[in-house]
Ligand binder design. Structure first.
Ligand code: ATP
Ligand code: MG
Length: 750
């Protein structure tokens, strides 16, 4: 329309440009991987600001993960500079939290409501089930928790569900759902699914609130639209409904049905169909050119995804030429597979073809990261694990978080009960039970009951004193909330509660790792403060907790977790740019890397065992394979392992069916069979847990033996378990006792 070379439109093809310039009715962009959907969104935002006079505060852009939000913010920043700050670029959950903080009162919640993540929610459901006297074998709390989550994603509240519950099981679930909601309400807390559902309720029930946000957000953009659930779909619909006497906000959604990897059955098709039904005037734009990958990589991706029935055929093409062929490798076992990856990265680095930071290693399940970590540490290849480290699920981290939450909101009963006797302070289960009963009888909160332990019938004098001390501790810490930063609070809690001292006094080597994790958490708080950079301290604790709750669920943790106490050379890599990225396929969505390793390509691993007998789930696994392949820009590796240990026992899996779906001509097999004889590979001699062909067997050790370690120096063996190949060695001085995996430790017996 206007000039051809406007900088905001340069670097876009005609379809992309049309999508950027489109004004008015809703816009749906459905296109394959790497076709520039995300790029269109960022350029569209820049175009709105630069060319259409839109104020940044009028823009709401939704991404799927915090990581993706940060990346998009960066891209927009680069295009329009600091003006982008007033804009909301965030996940559905973050956006809802922001709205709910303002509106919580209308819904009967305190402004500083707590956010319960999945683990908290499960804990609360377990408490509810116990209170209802449900047999956990027949009515597993975890399953109840999952079902409640599904109901909320469908926007079905407990009243609606109760009214239509017919079987005894459904009625029981309805009862648990109701009590669970009541407990959340009493605690002034919302779970993750509530964040979305309650925001939708808010907009539906309070017209003034709805009007406010509809007037504010004149442009709503959603990335990865194929993975929105029904509640999120309705949220977008509410936000983009017409305002009184005016027009609806402009809506732009982008997605790829072939990359739907979080959907329940049919959800993908449903969202797109619903979109076309609810927005009959929508414009649809297709993008077909892929700018990310070589033709070889695309051909492999196309060949795999074509096997799925139920999809609109589309063919991606690339102008980048054939590029390198895919490299295949059949490993003896998972250690050998990891060693292959490490060798290849070395080779590429030496040849100047890639830096470690260009490389990503994908696997199907979180647990597979451990072996890569072990091997990478051994060979000194710097790496980071993104997502799924589950740092925030570790006990010590959760305990600390519970303290912080109680300080922010003492009515948060789940958190309060979690720390009641942590560290042990003589408030036993019995005392907890009588307080609970008293609170229920008196219809007061657990916290209020705790404040007057002398009023609680059946409390032993010893318990009364212990509770008094606990309350005094919380009061003292509570006084610091207004004046201290979160990191200082963390330190205070650890010291005053005696938590740190208990760990330090412990002989359990795991407790050393726990201390490291707590230190790491303190760094998280410090980093948060640095980002804040002297802004007002008001409401900081609440804000900090909110950020942690959102990050803890889906994304990577800052700085990486120190998960493995056996790690020699424990210093983290200095430069984040230069490290190999390890992640699950699910986490990889939306990202791209010059070099990608798809590992564990075995039936039963990927596709996942659970999915193999269900055609629908198999199709979802295949979409996951499509996502994985299309992350690669120049080089793709596929590997499988002949033997893999499962629950500590060796197991052989057939090659992944997805490998067979890639045309032979696209793959060069560097090794197409294990180096072991197949019969030997299943025998006890080759048990991967004991003797990895990739690694040396390691010396047999006994207590008292002297050893020398490359990074820790001279040491004395304290304990040795030659069956598991682990030993603890005292290196003295600052290093102290380390747990080591003997065959991987750079260590010699003297
Ligand atoms: P996915 O489905 O994986 O999320 P996508 O469709 O969002 O992919 P982008 O990530 O936006 O794709 O783009 C893929 C790559 O192609 C990026 O590196 C992007 O910068 C580049 N790209 C997109 N469009 C163009 C273009 N017109 N010219 C040059 N490069 C482009
Ligand atoms: Mg994208």
């Amino acid at each position: 329309s206007t000039t051809e070379t406007h900088p905001l439109l340069a670097g876009l093809n005609p379809q992309q440009r049309a999508a950027v310039e489109h004004a008015g009715g809703p816009l749906l962009i459905v296109a394959g991987a790497g076709s520039g959907k995300t790029r269109v969104l960022t350029h569209r935002i820049a175009h709105l600001l630069g060319e259409r006079g839109v104020h940044p505060g009028q823009i709401l852009a939704i991404t799927f993960t915090n990581k993706a939000a940060a990346e998009m913010k960066e891209r927009v920043d680069a295009l329009v500079g600091p003006r982008s700050r007033a804009m909301w670029v965030m996940t559905f959950h973050s956006a809802c939290v922001r709205i709910l903080r303002r509106e919580a009162k209308r819904l009967g919640f305190p402004t500083s409501f707590s956010i319960y993540d999945q683990a908290d929610a499960q804990r609360l459901m377990a408490l509810v089930c116990r209170e209802l006297d449900l047999d956990p074998k027949r009515y597993p709390p975890r399953s109840f928790s999952a079902q409640v989550s599904n109901l909320k994603n469908e926007l079905i509240d407990y009243e609606t569900f109760k009214a239509r519950a017919s079987t005894h099981m459904e009625q029981t679930l309805a009862q648990a759902y109701e009590m669970y909601q009541a407990r959340l309400m009493q605690a002034g807390a919302m779970d993750f699914d509530d964040l979305i559902m309650l925001t939708v309720n808010l907009l539906q029930v309070f017209p003034e609130a709805a009007e406010h946000y509809r007037r504010r957000f004149r442009h709503v953009l959603v990335d990865e639209y194929q993975d929105t659930n029904h509640a999120q779909y309705e949220l977008v619909r509410e936000l983009t409904a017409p305002i009184d006497g005016g027009a609806a906000a402009e809506l732009c959604v982008v997605g790829d049905a072939d990359q739907s990897i979080y959907a329940f059955r049919g959800a993908t098709i449903r969202n797109i169909l619903e979109f076309e039904r609810d927005y009959p005037d929508a414009t649809t734009i297709l993008l077909e050119q892929n700018y990310r990958s070589t033709q070889t990589i695309l051909s492999a991706a196309n060949a795999v995804i074509e096997r799925n029935a139920d999809r609109k055929p589309k063919r991606l093409w690339s102008e980048q030429g054939q590029g390198h062929r895919i490299v295949g490798y059949v490993a003896d076992n998972e250690h050998d597979e990891a060693a292959f990856v490490a060798r290849e990265v070395d080779r590429l680095t030496d040849a100047g073809d890639a830096r470690p930071g260009d490389v990503a290693v994908f696997y199907r399940t979180n647990a597979q990261s451990r072996v890569f970590e072990e091997v990478f540490i051994r060979v000194g290849l710097p790496y980071k694990v993104v997502g799924g480290v589950r740092f925030y699920e570790r006990k010590e981290v959760r305990d600390l978080l519970a303290y912080l939450r109680v300080l922010a909101n003492p009515e948060d009963t789940v958190s309060l009960r979690r720390i009641l006797n942590v560290p042990k302070r003589g408030i036993g289960d019995r005392a907890e039970a009588v307080v609970e009963a008293h609170a229920a009888r008196e219809r007061i909160s657990f916290w209020r009951a705790l404040r007057r332990p002398e009023d609680v019938p059946g409390m032993a004098t010893r318990s009364i004193n212990a509770v008094r001390e606990f309350v005094a501790l919380l009061d003292e810490l509570g006084e610091a909330v207004e004046t201290s930063t979160p990191a200082d609070l963390v330190e205070r809690i650890l010291v005053k509660s005696g938590y740190l001292a208990e760990l330090q006094a412990s002989k359990d080597p795991q407790d050393e790792t726990r201390i490291e994790n707590l230190q790491e958490f303190e760094s998280v708080a410090r980093e948060y403060e640095e980002r804040l950079d002297g802004e007002s301290a008001e409401g900081r604790l609440v804000d900090f907790l909110e950020q942690v709750a959102l990050v803890a669920d889906a994304d990577s943790i800052p700085g990486g977790a120190k998960g493995n106490p056996a790690a020699p050379g424990e210093e983290g890599p200095a430069d984040d740019q230069g490290v190999v990225t390890l992640m699950t396929l699910h986490t990889a969505k939306g990202l791209e890397f010059p070099v990608v390793f798809l590992t564990g390509m075995e039936d039963g691993v990927f596709p996942h065992l659970r999915a193999m007998s269900n055609p629908k789930e198999l199709e979802e696994e295949r979409r996951l394979a499509y996502v994985g392949i299309t992350r690669a820009r120049q080089r793709l590796y596929v590997s499988r392992s002949w033997v893999r240990s499962s629950w500590g026992a060796p197991q052989t899996n057939p090659p992944s069916r997805f490998l067979g779906e890639v045309p032979d001509t696209l793959i060069d097999w560097e090794r197409d069979a294990p180096s072991l004889k197949p019969s030997a590979a299943t025998g006890p001699a080759s048990r991967p847990g004991v003797r990895a062909p990739g690694g040396k067997p390691g010396p047999a050790l006994a207590p008292g033996d002297r050893v020398t370690h490359d990074s820790f120096g001279l040491g004395t063996v304290v304990t040795a378990d030659n069956a598991s190949g682990k030993a603890s060695v005292d290196f003295g001085g600052d290093t102290g006792v380390k747990q080591l995996i003997v065959r991987y430790a750079p260590m010699e017996k003297l």
